[in-house]
Design a protein. Structure first.
Length: 296
């Protein structure tokens, strides 16, 4: 690293921790990752985990801006939710308890009263996306374990909705009778898109169509790549059916990476949408930089 960082940006999720050594202008000097996510740490273990990951970056006092599950009730310290509608980055940070040479400010999550919903970490992605795309209005889709549809207008989060789609896929494919049919690294794109169309057209039939994957594996020779892809398609299609008003006829951008970005974009495109795409990590980092600038 060519110089001591002015501050450290941190994205601390349930499973992983990622940190960037930053200049005051928002340039990345170095980065590091760890598997010490919030889910395996007690409150007094967060500071040692962060110091271990960033050892060597600085020997003096340092400022840290963090987002994600580090601010959850089970995290380092709870960062109270800000309410929507409102800006993705509300005023003020929650300061985590630490030794004096470490100044950690945690970005608050967002909460919605009716219907009840919450987010932590995604608000920073939204802020970063809007910083990179000024005056952008429409719907942001953040696929993942808990996909989020987020309506943004005039630089504010208007409303959002979260589903269990990704978590359901993991549970069904790993802990139900479907595991015997979908255990594979293969993929059948045609089966995926057919599943999306079926889930979108008949969301009320989801429970029956899920079991039919197993039955067709036994009776009709449905192969694991097709079974796995159909399962994913049915769940995503059902999610699309519930969120129809959020994407149909709307400007949509999908923030993600890898297969998640590709599958959700393909599902939307198959329904006639024209989703834009953005890298989720770049959006997170841009959001952390925006939070740093506002805290000065």
């Amino acid at each position: 690293m060519d110089k001591t960082p002015d501050w450290v940006a941190v994205d601390w999720g349930t499973s992983n921790l990622r940190a960037w050594a930053m200049t005051a202008e928002g340039r990345v000097l170095d980065e590091a990752t760890s598997d010490k996510g919030m889910g395996q740490l007690k409150p007094d273990e967060f500071e040692p985990a962060l110091r271990e990951l960033t050892a060597g970056w600085t020997q003096g006092p340092i400022r840290v801006i963090a987002c994600g599950m580090v601010g959850a009730r089970q995290g380092w310290i709870e960062a109270p939710y800000a309410r929507v509608p409102g800006p993705p980055l509300p005023e003020g940070l929650t300061h985590a308890p630490s030794r004096p040479d470490l100044n950690v400010g945690i970005i608050p999550g967002l909460a919605q009263s009716d219907p009840a919903d919450v987010m932590r970490g995604e608000e920073t992605k939204v802020a970063g996306f809007l910083a990179l795309n000024p005056d952008w209005d429409g719907t942001l889709l953040l696929p993942g374990t808990h996909p989020k549809w987020i309506s943004v207008s005039a630089g504010e989060v208007v409303a959002f909705r979260t589903s269990l789609t990704g978590e359901l896929f993991a549970a069904l494919s790993g802990h139900t009778v479907l595991r015997h049919s979908v255990t594979t690294d293969g993929w059948d794109e045609d089966a995926f898109l057919a599943g999306v169309s079926e889930g979108l057209a008949r969301p009320e039939a989801l429970m029956n169509r899920l079991f039919a994957i197993r039955a067709e594996s036994l009776l009709k020779g449905l192969q694991p790549p097709a079974a796995k892809a159909r399962l994913s398609g049915l769940l995503i299609g059902t999610d699309l059916a519930g969120a129809r008003g959020w994407w149909l006829g709307a400007r949509v951008a999908v923030l993600g990476a890898g297969e998640l970005l590709r599958t959700w974009t393909a599902a939307l495109a198959a329904q006639g949408a024209a989703p834009e795409t953005a890298d989720a990590t770049e959006a997170t980092l841009a959001g952390l930089v925006e939070a740093w600038r506002r805290s000065q």
